[in-house]
Ligand binder design. Structure first.
Ligand code: HEC
Ligand code: HEC
Length: 305
């Protein structure tokens, strides 16, 4: 072969490599939404949805920026900045405003956002939105949450694109990450345990997304299930997150009643380690739950060795 011929075949081989690589990337990152036929026959319960809204801290990430529409009323009108290691997000407007909120979304659009991390036009959300945990929710619960959001007053508050480098490509790439990190996460109750333990396990691991901070991640930022809730570096680089295992053995709390009070009243009752790294907002949202749900979470947590 002459030198130019060899050069040409190298270029051809490289071009083929790129084409195959791009095609594989495209296929592997393809969004896989649920079809509307996946919706169960269910009469939504907005009051049940309100509990999920608080345990999920939706209103903390989706709050309005100071002075922006909806801020005074504490509505999830979006626009406040959420800094993360990949860039700054402005989580969207969750009120039923048809133009700037989710008023025109269908139920299946909402279910796909919450459990598949997909927007109505099929783009991947970044996992700064904890859909990897919300994916544990039964569709009925997601519909209850949707009904609660639809019962809020609509707020007109334009959404803002995140400041993330190479946004389009990065979004597509999340599809690849989802293949490893998302899977089928639907919560399965443990029949050997009490109803309240199961309720606690569900709230903690599903809508409560406690593992998003309390479970350490591997180098690909995938939570390490073998060290579930065992604590580790803070995902937003705010120091360390304590372990939620062995809380009884380590003498952090006396019993279920003690941890329940800690989660309801936090540092105002003299409990420590409940304020930094985003935990204060979580605790204040837990304070809005019915006491039986906070007890259920405590019962579950104190059962972890
Ligand atoms: C830790 C912060 C955080 C929490 C908690 C959170 N979200 Fe979000 N959410 C986000 C971010 C960030 C995005 C945008 C992601 C993106 O642009 O890729 C988002 C996007 C969304 C979207 C898509 C909005 C749109 O306009 O496309 C919906 C719907 C949503 N969240 C609902 C919820 C609900 C319901 C809850 C509570 C159960 C919740 N979120 C809790 C951070 C959060
Ligand atoms: C945004 C990240 C984040 C999320 C989500 C989160 N936590 Fe925490 N949590 C922390 C951090 C950080 C601390 C330590 C705070 C401090 O030291 O001031 C903490 C502390 C705690 C403690 C005190 C531990 C001890 O040793 O006494 C408990 C209990 C706890 N969290 C429970 C929960 C529960 C239950 C959930 C889910 C409903 C949850 N956390 C969700 C970040 C988080």
């Amino acid at each position: 072969m002459t030198r130019t011929a060899r050069g040409r075949s190298a270029v051809a081989a490289f071009a083929l490599f790129v084409v195959v690589g791009v095609a594989a990337f495209w296929l592997l990152t393809r969004p896989r939404p649920l079809a509307a036929t996946a919706l169960p026959d269910h009469t939504p319960d907005p009051m049940g949805g309100e509990v999920l809204y608080h345990v999920g801290s939706c209103g903390s990430c989706h709050k309005a920026a100071d002075g922006a529409p909806g801020a005074e009323e504490g509505l999830p009108a979006g626009s406040a900045a959420l800094p993360t290691p990949v860039g700054t997000f402005y989580p969207g407007n969750l009120t039923p405003d048809p133009e700037t909120g989710i008023g025109r979304w269908s139920e299946i659009d909402f279910v796909n956002a919450m459990t598949r991390g997909l927007s109505p036009d099929g783009a991947h959300y970044f996992p700064a939105f904890p859909y990897t945990s919300f994916a544990a929710m039964p569709i009925e619960d997601v519909l209850d949450l949707h009904a609660y959001l639809m019962s809020l007053p609509p707020v007109r508050s334009p959404t803002r694109r995140p400041d993330v480098p190479m946004l389009g490509l990065a979004r597509r790439g999340v599809g690849l990450w989802n293949r490893m990190a998302l899977g089928d996460r639907r919560f399965e109750p443990d029949p050997a345990r009490s109803a309240s333990w199961n309720r606690g396990a569900y709230l903690t691991n599903g809508p409560g997304h406690c593992g998003e901070c309390h479970t350490p991640r591997n180098w690909m930022m995938i939570p390490d299930r073998s060290r579930y809730l065992a604590g580790g570096p803070h995902p937003a680089e705010e120091g360390d997150v304590p372990s939620l295992r062995g809380l009884l053995a380590r003498g952090r709390y006396k019993d279920v009643g003690d941890l329940t009070l800690a989660l309801q009243y936090g540092e105002t009752f003299g409990y420590d380690k409940l304020s930094s790294g985003g935990m204060a907002a979580i605790q204040m949202n837990l304070a809005k739950l019915p006491e039986s749900d906070v007890r259920a979470i405590s019962e579950y947590l104190l059962s972890l060795n």
